[in-house]
Design a protein around this ligand. Structure first.
Ligand SMILES: Cc1cc2nc3c(=O)[nH]c(=O)nc-3n(C[C@H](O)[C@H](O)[C@H](O)COP(=O)(O)OP(=O)(O)OC[C@H]3O[C@@H](n4cnc5c(N)ncnc54)[C@H](O)[C@@H]3O)c2cc1C
Length: 377
C-alpha cells in the first residue's frame, strides 16, 4: 500500500520513460527542458543502463557507401538522403547537449574497406551526388593510400574514406547524458524494472519490480524506450515488426605502434572496427548466423568470437602477432523492416520509440525530439 506522501511526491509523474539507454535519456532531457513544470521519471531495470547504448562500438556514423547504396534500393533516394540528414541533425544536437562533458568525441573520419569488387563501388558518384546538398562536397573518396598507412592487410583492395564520421566513448556519453538529465530535473530510478502497464482514461499505471518490492507508479503519459524488449510490455499487434539482432564485440589489450585510426566498416556494415586509444575494437558477424543472432541474449558465441579474432589477425592487425583480447561482450540492436526508426503512439497515453537499426548514436537525439513532439500533442 502506498502512503499519501509517497503517492504525491514519489510515485506520480506527468511522464514516465522506461529504459535508460540513449533514446530514453535523451527523451527525458527533451521533456524536462521543454516543460520544466512537468515531473519526469526515467526508469532503468538495471543498476546501470545495460542495453545497446553502453555495449556498442561508439561510432558516430552516417552510413557507409555500401549501406547508403543499399538504403537507396530499399527506400528510394529521398528517404535514404533524409535518413542521413536525420543522423547528422541528431549528432549535432547530441554534441551540443554534451558540450560541457568529455565524451571522447574525435573526428578522425571513417573508412569502408573492401576485400573484393562490390556493386556499391560503381555507385560512388550517385551516392555522392545524392548527399552533396547535406555535406556540400563529396561524402566519400577512394583513398587506397590509407590501406598501408593504417597498417591493414594488402588483401584489402579498396578503401572508401569519409571525413564526416567520428567516434566517442559510449560509457562516458551515457554517463554524461544521465548527469545532464538529473541536472535538468529528471528523476532517475535504477533497479526498477517495469513488468506490466495498464492504461486508464486518466493515466497509465506501471507495475515496477525492484529487489525489495513491487511498486505502482502512476504516469500521465509514458514512453517505452526499451529497444528490442518493447514487445514484453506492449502488445505486438499494436507495433510494427521489431527484429532483435545481437551484436558481438571484442577489444584488444593495448598495442604498440598502432597505425589504425578512426572508424571502419566492412562487408556491408556487418563488421565494424575502430581504434580506442592504442587498442582496437571489432564487432559484427551477425550475418554468419542470422537465426541464432536474432536474440536479446547478451551471451557471446564461440563461433562468431573466433571469426572476429581471425579477422583481427589476418585483415586488421596483420603486423601485431602479439595481440590479445581483453574484453568480449554482446548487446542487442532493434531492426525495422523499413530501416527507419519508429516513433508513435500505441495507445492514447503510450508512445514507443525504437529501431535505430544498429546506428543509434547519431540519430537517437533526433528520435527523442520526435518522441517529445508526439507527447506534446
Ligand atoms: C554491439 C553493438 C554495437 C553497436 N555499435 C554502434 C555504433 O558504433 N554506432 C551506433 O550509432 N550504433 C551502434 N549500435 C546501436 C546502438 O547502440 C543502438 O541503436 C542504441 O543504443 C539503442 O538505444 P536504445 O535507447 O533504443 O536502447 P538501449 O540502449 O538498449 O536501452 C534500453 C534500456 O532499457 C532497459 N530496459 C529494458 N527493459 C526494461 C524494463 N522492462 N524496465 C526498465 N528498463 C528496461 C535496458 O536495461 C536498457 O538500458 C550498436 C549496437 C550494438 C548491440
Amino acid at each position: 500500500m502506498r502512503s499519501f506522501w509517497e503517492h504525491e511526491s514519489w510515485l506520480t509523474y506527468d511522464v514516465v520513460i522506461i529504459g535508460g539507454g540513449i533514446i530514453g535519456v535523451n527523451t527525458a532531457i527533451e521533456c524536462a527542458t521543454r516543460h520544466p513544470e512537468w515531473r519526469v521519471l526515467l526508469l532503468e531495470r538495471n543498476l546501470l543502463p545495460t542495453g545497446a547504448s553502453t555495449r556498442n562500438a561508439g561510432f558516430a556514423c552516417m552510413g557507409s557507401l555500401s549501406e547508403i547504396a543499399s538504403d537507396i534500393d530499399l527506400m528510394g533516394s529521398d528517404a535514404a538522403r533524409n535518413l542521413v540528414q536525420q543522423r547528422l541533425d541528431g549528432l549535432t544536437l547530441l554534441r551540443e547537449r554534451c558540450s560541457g562533458y568529455d565524451v571522447g568525441y574525435t573526428e578522425d573520419g571513417g573508412s569502408e574497406i573492401f576485400l573484393e569488387d562490390h556493386p556499391s563501388l560503381s555507385r560512388l558518384e550517385e551516392v555522392n551526388d545524392l548527399l552533396a546538398p547535406i555535406f556540400g562536397c563529396a561524402a566519400f573518396t577512394q583513398r587506397n593510400d590509407l590501406i598501408a598507412a593504417y597498417g591493414l592487410s594488402p588483401s584489402v583492395t579498396t578503401l572508401m574514406f569519409t571525413p564526416f564520421e567520428g567516434t566517442l566513448h559510449s560509457g562516458k556519453l551515457i554517463a554524461a547524458l544521465w548527469d545532464l538529465a538529473s541536472r535538468v530535473g529528471v528523476h532517475i530510478r535504477t533497479g526498477a524494472e517495469v513488468v506490466t502497464m495498464r492504461e486508464t482514461h486518466t493515466s497509465v499505471e506501471l507495475n515496477v519490480r525492484t529487489a525489495y518490492q513491487d511498486i505502482l507508479v502512476t504516469a500521465g503519459q509514458t514512453v517505452v524506450a526499451t529497444n528490442a524488449m518493447i514487445p514484453s510490455l506492449v502488445p505486438a499487434t499494436t507495433l510494427p515488426e521489431i527484429l532483435p539482432g545481437r551484436g558481438q564485440v571484442v577489444i584488444t589489450k593495448p598495442l604498440t605502434n598502432l597505425k589504425l585510426k578512426g572508424s571502419f566498416h566492412a562487408d556491408e556494415g556487418y563488421y565494424y572496427f575502430r581504434s580506442v586509444g592504442n587498442r582496437v575494437l571489432l564487432g559484427g558477424g551477425r550475418n554468419l548466423d542470422f537465426e541464432g543472432e536474432r536474440t536479446t541474449s547478451h551471451q557471446t558465441t564461440e563461433h562468431i568470437q573466433l571469426v572476429l579474432e581471425n579477422m583481427l589477425r589476418s585483415v586488421i592487425l596483420p603486423n601485431h602477432p602479439e595481440l590479445e583480447i581483453e574484453h568480449r561482450w554482446a548487446g542487442t540492436m532493434a531492426f525495422t523492416a523499413t530501416k527507419q526508426p519508429y516513433v508513435g503512439n500505441v495507445s492514447p497515453r503510450c508512445v514507443v520509440a525504437f529501431g535505430c537499426n544498429g546506428m543509434g548514436v547519431a540519430i537517437s537525439s533526433n528520435v527523442a525530439v520526435q518522441c517529445a513532439n508526439v507527447l506534446m500533442c
